[in-house]
Design a protein around this ligand. Structure first.
Ligand code: SER
Length: 338
């Protein structure tokens, strides 16, 4: 019998590091961590095996299938939204082609094990597409099924992959000779912007909030690339990774949908700036608006409705803006830059 393992792609990214740390705390000792780059020292000891490689490498994916038995796959590797607008074709290759490779791997694994493999896919508020600020203001808090007309490559990629995941788990090869089997148990969360006290994201559009915070803690000046009144939902990284684990362990019978919104707080850029200034009175943060990036933020909802996640799998963030700053973000950044 092969050891049952957990595959995490994008393992060295912000979310990968947070998730691996959480799984280590929960005593998982079977993590196969895959990334383009070597794992950071803070997490490498928590992994059973480290694979440096590309999710687009079909031979490597075949090799993973032959060498390991995966009971779950957390597919976190992606190009984020700002990076994707500079290289839409590569974003499509990685975000869609890479996801298709991982879904095929999960399918083959489920087929050979005779039971469904759990598959976690991080989606995003970028799947929503509001036409402009006026429509955004009028729309207010948005539930999962509205305004699904993304205007970014990243948003298009994420929305399509949500559908692909549902197709692979519920409708795969519906005209094939084989009776329908569920080989993939696909579960997805549409994340808001995420703020970590340990790392700064690269290539995202919600990066203005974490960048502002980390710059203030380093004593550096920061120019925020969106307007004072720019507003989208956010959450802290510990809440984001706990949510991943909560949805993955939730009994299947409780899940009435495959894709869920979650959020914790939705400050404007200025509200967040004020919170930073309370903690770092010397912080030098002003605004130098990049209209193009601002338009992307204007196409995303000011807030999302997470009531389905709350009722189906008891989603309940630990941090609101006040406690997130006081108990996690401010002490965390002070510690790393002191
Ligand atoms: N936070 C991501 C980004 O800005 C969106 O999911 O790209």
């Amino acid at each position: 019998m092969r050891k049952s393992t957990t595959l995490i792609t994008g393992a060295n990214g912000e979310m990968g590091r947070g998730l691996i740390t959480l799984l280590h705390e929960k005593k998982y000792n079977n993590i196969i961590a895959m990334d383009l780059n070597a794992l950071d020292n803070s997490i490498s000891a928590y992994c059973y095996e480290e694979i440096i490689g590309n999710i687009l490498d079909a031979d490597l994916i075949d090799q993973l299938h032959s060498e390991y038995e995966f009971d779950s796959i957390y597919h976190l590797a992606a190009l984020l939204s700002t990076q994707a607008e500079f290289s839409p074709r590569s974003a499509h290759d990685v975000n869609v082609g890479g996801t298709l490779n991982l879904l095929n791997l999960a399918l083959e694994q489920g087929r050979s094990q005779g039971k469904p493999v759990k598959f976690f896919f991080p989606s995003s508020i970028a799947v929503y597409g509001l036409k402009n600020r006026a429509e955004k203001q009028a729309a207010g808090i948005i539930s999962e099924d509205r305004f699904l007309g993304p205007v970014t490559m990243y948003g298009c990629n994420k929305l399509y992959c949500e559908h692909l995941g549902t197709y692979y788990s519920q409708h795969y090869q519906r005209l094939g000779a084989e009776e329908h089997h569920c080989y993939i148990d696909f579960r997805s969360i549409r994340f808001p912007g995420i703020i970590s006290s340990k790392t700064v994201p690269t290539g995202g559009t919600s990066d203005y909030i974490p960048e502002m915070l980390h710059a203030a803690a380093r004593g550096e000046a920061y120019k925020c690339f969106v307007r004072e009144d720019a507003q989208i939902p956010f959450m802290t990284m510990p809440d984001a990774v706990c949510a991943i684990q909560d949805i993955i362990v939730a009994p299947m019978k409780n899940l009435n949908q495959t894709v869920y919104n979650i959020r914790a707080f939705a400050p404007t850029a200025e509200e967040f700036r004020q919170k930073i200034i309370e903690a770092f009175p010397q912080a030098r943060i002003d605004y130098d608006v990049n209209e193009k990036r601002q338009n992307m933020v204007d196409s995303w909802p000011a807030d999302t409705d997470d009531s389905a996640a709350r009722s189906d799998w008891n989603w309940n963030p630990q941090h609101d803006l006040k406690t997130g700053m006081k108990e996690y973000l401010i002490p965390g950044v002070k510690k790393i830059y002191s």
